[in-house]
Ligand binder design. Structure first.
Ligand code: ZN
Ligand code: ZN
Length: 359
């Protein structure tokens, strides 16, 4: 794929930090900048050059996927390859991804290249990844569609007596046989009291009539993730459940109506949080409103009380308010949206219903 525009933008960012070169090792960043999907390797980007150092397993694949990059064959070890390549680049200040490189690896690099001025960087490529281009949006839409279809399927399929694990497996098989290359993350199916834990561990508990359920899952399509949560009761719901469920729905709709590109991330979070607090559930929505989604299931920008800065137009984020009552149950509704200048476009199509039929 042609990643030249991304490479150009990265070089601009490198210029603002006076970096002669930048080493990119974080897998999603490596893929984003080069197109290379392999599991090992490192990009060496200078103002003039773009190198991809990887090992024998990828000698054939790497040049095909990353035509803008020259292949550097790693035969002995990556550190030896860097030690022989970097001095010939004529650079002094070399940035590396301090949020990804381990202390042990960094110590080896320093030892092998003592004359280099190593500059820790964080979030440079992640910053670029926030705003999705047309091809990325298309892949995300497909990932969303697969998850939507799986949710629709499971709402028809669930019946009393099946276990949380069986529901998760049915979802997984459905997504894998309907175009997903893998799952975005381990599917969460939480029923009854388990549903009050935002990221509960899917168990062998059979679901029963009247149980609240929270299902959180996603598909990966051409490297891009989707993220979808729906909550409902099986057969019938209590008055209290319906009240909580409607409060979460209103919080979500309010956020989706109010959010837009350029908005401070903490203000977007407040749209939903204020509504939940006012309804009497202050402190029961213990996580952020949402997060960016793309090559990674959780990426920039964050949409949270503690998030700093504005949400970029063109970013794809989740809107996922929840209310969790320990020992009783929880409700979370999660959509994915693309932020536009004056609002957002909701990508998720799964229906929102508080009760499904117990067959
Ligand atoms: Zn989710
Ligand atoms: Zn999420």
């Amino acid at each position: 794929m042609n990643t030249q525009p991304r490479l150009d933008k990265l070089r601009e960012l490198m210029g603002t930090q006076n970096l002669g070169a930048l080493l990119i090792s974080q897998p999603e960043n490596r893929r984003y900048i080069s197109g290379f999907t392999g599991s090992a390797g490192i990009l060496i980007v200078t103002t003039e050059q773009a190198l991809l150092a990887t090992d024998f397993r990828y000698y054939e694949q790497a040049p095909k996927q990353a035509p803008a990059f020259s292949l550097v064959k790693v035969s002995a070890s990556l550190v030896k390859t860097l030690a022989s390549e970097i001095p010939s680049l004529g650079v002094k200040r070399v940035g590396f991804e301090s949020h990804h490189v381990t202390v042990e690896t960094f110590e080896k690099w320093k030892e092998a290249l003592p004359d280099i001025e190593w500059v820790p960087t964080s979030g440079l490529v992640e910053k670029l990844r926030q705003v999705k281009d047309a091809a990325e949006l298309e892949a995300i839409k497909q990932a969303v569609r697969i998850a939507d279809e799986a949710m629709e399927h499971i709402m028809e399929w669930i019946r009393p007596g099946v276990t949380e694990k069986e529901i998760a497996w049915e979802l997984e098989v459905y997504m894998r046989t309907h175009g997903a290359e893998k799952l975005s993350f381990t599917t969460i199916v939480a029923s009854g009291p388990n549903s009050s834990m935002p990221h509960a561990v899917t168990s062998d508990r059979p679901v029963q009539e009247g149980d609240p359920l929270v299902i959180d899952m996603g598909a990966v399509y051409e490297g891009y993730c989707s993220d979808l949560t729906r909550s409902f009761c099986l057969g019938h719901a209590s008055e209290e459940y319906l009240h909580i469920w409607n409060t979460v729905l209103q919080a979500q709709l309010t956020a989706e109506q109010g959010i837009h590109g350029g908005m401070p991330a903490n203000e977007a979070d407040a749209l939903a949080r204020q509504l939940i607090d006012k309804a009497g559930y202050e402190g029961k929505f213990g996580h952020g409103l949402g997060h960016g989604v793309g090559l990674a299931i959780h990426e920039a920008p964050r949409v949270a009380q503690t998030a700093k800065g504005a949400l970029p137009t063109g970013s794809v984020v989740t809107i996922e308010p929840g209310i969790y009552l320990p020992g009783q149950g929880g409700v979370r509704l999660e959509d994915m949206v693309v932020l536009t200048e004056d609002g957002c476009r909701v990508l998720t199509r799964s229906p929102k219903v508080p009760v499904i039929k117990a067959r």
